[in-house]
Design a protein around this ligand. Sequence first.
Ligand SMILES: Cc1cc2nc3c(=O)[nH]c(=O)nc-3n(C[C@H](O)[C@H](O)[C@H](O)COP(=O)(O)OP(=O)(O)OC[C@H]3O[C@@H](n4cnc5c(N)ncnc54)[C@H](O)[C@@H]3O)c2cc1C
Length: 477
Amino acid sequence: MSRRIAIIGAGLGGMTAAGELAHAGHKVTLFEQSPTLGGKAQVVSRNGVSLDTGPTLLTLPAVVRESFVRLGAEDLLPRFIPLTHQARYQWSDGRIFDCFEDLERTLEGAPAEAKGLRSFYAEAAAIHRAAGEPYLEAPFDGLPAFLGRVAKRGLKSMVNGLKLSTLDGLARKHFRASPQLQQFVGRFATYAGASPYQASAAFALIPHLEKQFGVHHVEGGMVALVAAMCGALTRQGVEIQLGVKARWEEGPYGLRAGRPGDEQPFDAVIVNADPLADRPLGTEQLALSGYVLLLEINRRLTLPHHFIAFGDDYVREFSELFGGEVPSDPTVYFCHPAASDPTVAPEGKSGLFAMVNAPALASPDDAAGWESRAAVLKARCLAVLKRVAPEVQPEDITVLGERTPLDLAARGAPGGSIYGFLPHGKFGPFRRPRIRSRVPGVFYAGGGTHPGGGVPLVMLSGRFAAELAIEHLGSGA
Ligand SMILES: Cc1cc2nc3c(=O)[nH]c(=O)nc-3n(C[C@H](O)[C@H](O)[C@H](O)COP(=O)(O)OP(=O)(O)OC[C@H]3O[C@@H](n4cnc5c(N)ncnc54)[C@H](O)[C@@H]3O)c2cc1C
């Protein structure tokens, strides 16, 4: 029987849930407060240069592809360009580490660390098998069910899971003599907005997944993926209402959702806003936010697609970030999409995305300081650019835009945090707000809930939320 379902928020998680539910035959209304779809996945374009302002790097392409296949919309998918050279890491003393999809190629450039790299990737693969697969294969609905899935992989997996140290501890074990490769491993904690010194070694499954399934670029940028998903939703007959800041409530006659004052009855509601946005944080600290600088460069850069310029003191960097300060010597991530996609910049030009981690806003007072903080971080990014691409002259650079925690907060991200919940501690990922809310018929989807942030995971979250909603509706609710 067709039911009415409201989706609040059109990030990629909410859009996926909308598509799944419409495909299952339900009447779906998708409310988005801003004028565009895609949530954090937005774009700026000028003079033929097009730059993502949010996600740039695609992992787990099969999860994304499957989300489209399930909607009968694989034909709409943009091309995924695999990056065999996944990233270049550089230190201020000029040292370089090139990471390739092919481990043997990576080892050729780092022969002194070959043994450590092999043992690290072997342990990361084992972590993925033991803890990652069971975490990603079904909605997290409590430790007993999760441990049941872990136990199916054998007792050894459970014991190994319990023994896990921090990500930094794991990095030190494999790269005792290389502070540089300790930083390389530690940086993967920031994929969840966390610190390598406090996040579980389970996050090592990210470099494993990048090696196993590749790092990809979506041709035309991540915005092309949002456009494709919009096409899929239109095909499924999803009603999209832009510019509507919706709310939901549970009343005596069931669930209602929609524009405040004009709420309509619905049989289920999927909330794509971060669950922490409407709950008191108490002692919880938020995951990191970020500062993004978007540049048009009036020459074609020779930088690789993904380029990370590390700061000199990683311990200090994270202690500043989680102490509420912007980093004094930040690690800068550059994304130069024209290196592999000629559609995003005309010949002789490049677009460059630069990002540094930043603290989430702890209080409204924090917002006031962001004008001067942005100026400081912009200067720091440009100084690092001068070091890594000395051929770029100041007159080559046009600033296309900046994004600060305030911009993310304006779209509903609590404190401007990119990932919301901060998964610090050995059991951090299990404390994450769940997809199933306390109100029957209301489910969360997106980066703030299980399994976490990042494009493929939020699409998985949207799928899980839709499955739980369908189960709920089928139970005679
Ligand atoms: C700078 C940056 C870089 C990133 N880099 C990467 C990367 O390289 N690779 C990667 O995979 N991921 C990356 N991410 C993370 C990724 O973008 C997110 O995890 C993902 O896009 C979040 O999707 P979501 O479904 O949680 O929804 P969101 O994108 O958070 O969208 C939620 C939507 O809900 C809307 N909303 C909220 N409340 C309401 C309401 N009451 N009514 C109506 N609408 C509402 C908001 O306006 C928003 O559009 C990055 C993020 C940022 C910001």
